[in-house]
Design a protein around this ligand. Sequence first.
Ligand code: MN
Length: 241
Amino acid sequence: MRQTDQGLPESDRTIVTALVDANRILVARGVLDAFGHVSARSAADPDRFYLARNMAPGRVTSEDIQAFTLDAQTDDPRPSYLEKYIHAEIYRARPDVTGVVHSHSPAVIPFAVTDRPLRPVLHMAGFLADAVPVFEIRDHLGEDSDLLIRDARTGAALADALGPHAVVLMRGHGSVAVGDSLPDAVFRAVYAEVNAGIQAAATQLGAVTYLTPQEGAAAWRTNSSQVVRAWDVWREEVRVP
Ligand code: MN
């Protein structure tokens, strides 16, 4: 946050610090590159969320974090991400969600542009087991859009496609992973990408056996208590000494 934005409650200062780390973790794990973004809901005010200003995620510091309302408005005059509506409308539609990752992570995209669903092939991605919907932006903006989520109406349509699920794919574009904590959303974005790569490789080899919905749910119950282990080690890897 800029100096003038200091005075945040302690809980939100912690969130801003974690959000900076989340940006760097997601770059280090190949989920974000020069594009994509990650946000966290305010702990002090559930109708606000934090997101970096319009910049490459790998360079984000706490000075670069902007605070938004659920109408995607900020008092910060610096340019914000065009696709901030993804975050705003998912926080509006999903009170349980406190972290959102939007990426163009490459292994996931084949599953957004073919009739092959993204499904869990390893226990770490059990959160994919119920369903991974695909958002078709042409259904909302026709055949000549630039595929970006540029307004609240399109953001709400994406949130509707996500429904109660952990991940939604965006045809010709990327994906969104959500979680009930910021580390949870980061974990899901990382393992959606890992699972997609393994699923594509397995499909080349032969008939694939997927986790059942029950296995996926059971695996996620186990792994959700271990998210902090991944978060702690990934955070150490990106911490500037
Ligand atoms: Mn995008």
